[in-house]
Ligand binder design. Structure first.
Ligand SMILES: Nc1ncnc2c1ncn2[C@@H]1O[C@H](COP(=O)(O)OP(=O)(O)OP(=O)(O)O)[C@@H](O)[C@H]1O
Ligand SMILES: [Mg+2]
Length: 385
């Protein structure tokens, strides 16, 4: 009997901590969870914002503008910052394991020479907290022929799968990703997960551009609510081949970051759009590209769409997504994850708490049907005190 199977019978939950900092590079999110083979519940979650200079160094590395020495230094500085973020909220709790996603600075799951890279040296957390840490989750799936993403799927299945129902969990981080949980046939649920394109990334870049970095995002979607959508630009941007490409697929800053923005800016200037019209058009772009992906790739009408991630706090974005999805699927219910007991910023770190728990039990963490991997794989590298 393997370690994994011997432990399957145990239903006593273990504490696991997940740490996530995503493509928006806004903060480090931590979630302390109670995990069993079949269930996960949230004990507590907290957020620690990146200091401005550290954020600038991450964005520079993610845009390919840092030297190898700078990247190496950042790897260790980030490790120490993650340890600080954990300590600031953990208190007296002693999780059995910590799942550290790290900071992606490169993700390119191409067929010929796939690569992905997350920074944040786990040794600093092990040394400071004296707890086992699992990191580098994506590489094993990539090596097995997968996209190395999305990896939150297993958590979505545990937390949001509902008998006889079809649900979508749509995370709105820098990038938008959807997990379809089709549980109509309860014994053999159909699960599909893929990135749909931008969520907040282009919006954040545009807001920083128009305010010289003074504002970080379109808070609560206030600008977008006042602007007018430019249908010509919107149609041009919706031609992006990523939306029509079938899953498995994943993307990042490489496709919907600075390079996209620089060419978009030329068209924005040519069409003389005001800043609020640009923000309105980019908000609509996120909403319509999500709907386009659903229409082309889901193959089923969801009963419910659960929104999570920071973008679910942007009222205008949520309203635009709801309208675009209802145009496609009449009466679809659109809810925020917090109404189901999962605060918007707890979902992604909780996913890595669950994955770390699976790693320590010797259980696979990827769902090959969603990442495109040839087989399931135990994900992550374990560092122990
Ligand atoms: N009140 C708000 N109004 C508008 N936008 C918000 C608000 N709160 C958060 N956001 C947006 O959410 C983003 C952060 O979301 P989140 O942390 O889920 O993304 P992320 O760090 O890219 O994570 P991941 O890649 O794991 O999905 C911010 O950069 C901002 O654009
Ligand atoms: Mg974040």
């Amino acid at each position: 009997m393997t370690e994994g199977t011997s432990l399957r019978g145990s239903q006593r939950p273990d504490l696991a901590l997940g740490i996530m900092s995503g493509t928006s590079v806004d903060s480090v999110d931590c979630a302390l969870c109670a995990v069993t083979h079949k269930q996960v519940s949230l004990k507590r979650h907290w957020q620690v914002s990146f200091p401005m200079r550290l954020r600038e160094r991450i964005v520079s590395a993610a845009n390919g503008r840092s030297s190898s020495w700078e990247v190496a230094q950042l790897h260790h500085d980030l490790g120490r910052f993650y340890a600080f973020a954990v300590r600031s909220g953990l208190g007296q709790d002693r999780p059995m394991v910590i799942g550290l996603h790290g900071q992606t600075i490169f993700h390119s799951p191409t067929k010929r020479n796939p690569a992905t890279f997350q920074l944040g040296e786990a040794a600093w957390l092990v040394e400071e907290l004296r707890l086992p840490v699992v990191s580098n989750f994506r590489a094993a799936d990539l090596a097995a022929g997968g996209q190395g993403a999305p990896l939150a799927t297993l958590f979505h299945k545990l937390a949001f799968g509902q008998r006889k129902r079809v649900a979508c969990v749509n995370n709105l981080g820098g990038i938008s990703n959807v997990t379809l949980l089709d549980f109509r046939a309860t014994d053999s649920p159909r699960i599909l997960a893929f990135d749909t394109g931008p969520a907040n990334m282009l919006l954040d870049i545009a807001v920083r551009h128009f305010t010289d970095g003074r504002k970080k995002c379109d808070t609560d979607g206030k600008w977008a609510a006042r602007g007018t959508v430019d249908e010509v630009l919107l149609s041009e941007w919706l031609e992006h081949p990523f939306f029509r490409a079938p899953p498995p697929k994943s993307t990042g800053r490489e496709m919907f970051g600075d390079t996209f923005w620089q060419s978009a800016l030329r068209r924005i200037k040519a069409r003389r759009l005001s800043c609020i019209d640009v923000i309105a058009t980019l908000t609509e772009y996120t909403a319509r590209s999500i709907a386009l992906n659903y229409a082309l790739h889901l193959g089923v009408k969801p009963d419910r769409v659960i929104l999570c991630g920071g973008g679910a706090a942007n009222h205008t974005l949520v309203q635009r997504i709801t309208q675009s999805l209802r145009a496609l699927f009449a009466n679809v219910e659109v809810v925020a994850s917090d109404s189901l007991g999962w605060p918007l910023q707890a979902v992604e770190p909780a996913a890595f708490a669950v994955l770390a728990w699976h790693r320590i039990k010797g259980l696979p963490g990827n769902l090959p049907e969603t990442t495109g991997a040839r087989h399931s794989a135990v994900l992550g590298q374990l560092s122990v005190p």
